[in-house]
Design a protein around this ligand. Structure first.
Ligand code: BMA
Length: 338
């Protein structure tokens, strides 16, 4: 049966055909990196970021490290999702009572549209790194919502719809520093305020590219084969961490169950802008644009904590690759309550 891909039509999404002779299921945009050093007067580097469709154009929440090295969130706009214009001033949020909320640092945003509202999850300062949640409908006013977890936590990703009446959030509990461990967990909520029924979704390793820690990347994409989730995996080497990414298919009704999981990475630092920069050897996906009609997908990733890149692929081919190269590890197919 043909694969059914869910989502809004996006025929204007960026695209380049697979280079002749290239065998992988994800190939780089030849214009990479699409965002280079010093993109605005205030900002030094824009990388792990989250573009979304916006009418006939594109908009997004971008991680920008300022020239004092603190990371903040900025709004960016684009006609083609390749050439971006950024606001030099970072996003200043308001809390539910209308009071200013400015975190000391903010990084690694993900954006998802649920029932007409854009939700932003990111790593915020809550006595140390933890997950923030905000909503917007115009990308001008951002309302900071309740804390969704206690510290320490990173890589919060919401599913694009409720499942059996629940919002679903993926998280990656961590420490306050450059965490040397980490599995992907899942929590459910009826109201985006109270979270519970926590489950472990995936554990790191044992394959080396993802042996040290893993974290959810772009919001999952619904298909008839399951939820397609890109995630980063980290290997610890003599030279420090190496961030690659792979993908899994999660069960549609019970997304804490992994159906298939790539044994080999789908993407790893290889090009100069991925292996050299502020933090070498990092490719870190936070967003994807896809067009269900053509099955095309564009995955946005931070490169070397310095640049932003795009890789393209066909969802059908990626799913075939995940299924044919799959190796589940103990716990993947089960509900893990601890
Ligand atoms: C992680 C996060 C990411 C970063 C990565 C590599 O812990 O801080 O923002 O891209 O490290 O430095």
């Amino acid at each position: 049966m043909a694969l059914n891909i869910i989502g809004n039509a996006l025929p204007n999404m960026p695209w380049q055909d697979r280079p002749a002779g290239y065998e992988g299921v994800l190939w780089r945009d030849t214009r990479n990196p699409i965002i280079g050093w010093n993109p605005t007067p205030k900002t030094a580097r824009i990388f792990n970021s989250a573009p979304v469709a916006w009418g006939d154009e594109f908009i997004g929440v971008f991680r920008a490290d300022h020239k004092d090295m603190y990371p903040h969130l900025h709004v960016g706009r684009s006609k083609d999702a390749v050439t971006w214009e950024f606001e030099d001033e970072e996003i200043h949020m308001l809390d539910e009572d209308g009071n200013p909320y400015d975190s000391r640092y903010s990084y690694d945003p993900r954006v998802v549209l649920i029932d007409g509202v854009y939700y932003v999850t990111w790593c915020t300062d809550f006595g140390g790194p933890a997950l923030g949640l905000a909503r917007t409908t115009d990308f001008k006013t951002f309302t900071r919502m309740e804390n969704i977890c206690t510290p320490y936590n990173r890589n919060g990703v919401l599913f694009p719809r409720k499942i059996n009446g629940d919002y679903i959030l993926l998280t990656r509990p961590s420490d306050a520093g450059h965490t040397g461990f980490g599995d992907i967990f899942m929590s459910r909520s009826k109201d985006l305020v109270h979270w519970g029924r926590h489950r472990r979704v995936m554990t790191a390793g044992p394959v080396w590219w993802e042996a040290t820690k893993i974290g959810a990347g772009a919001p999952p994409i619904e298909t008839s084969e399951g939820w397609l989730l890109f995630y980063h995996g980290v290997q610890n080497t003599c030279n420090g961490f190496v961030y690659s990414f792979g993908a899994v298919l999660l069960d549609l009704e019970n997304p804490d169950r992994v159906l298939y999981r790539t044994r080999n990475y789908l993407h790893t630092p290889q090009e100069n802008y991925e292996t050299n920069g502020f933090v070498p050897n990092v490719t870190f996906p936070c967003a994807a644009l896809h067009d269900p009609g053509t099955g095309r997908i564009a995955v946005y990733y931070g490169a070397a904590d310095t640049y932003t890149g795009i890789v393209y692929g066909y969802i059908t081919e990626i799913i075939e690759q995940i299924k044919s190269d799959s190796e589940l590890i103990p716990g993947d197919g089960e509900e893990f309550r601890g």
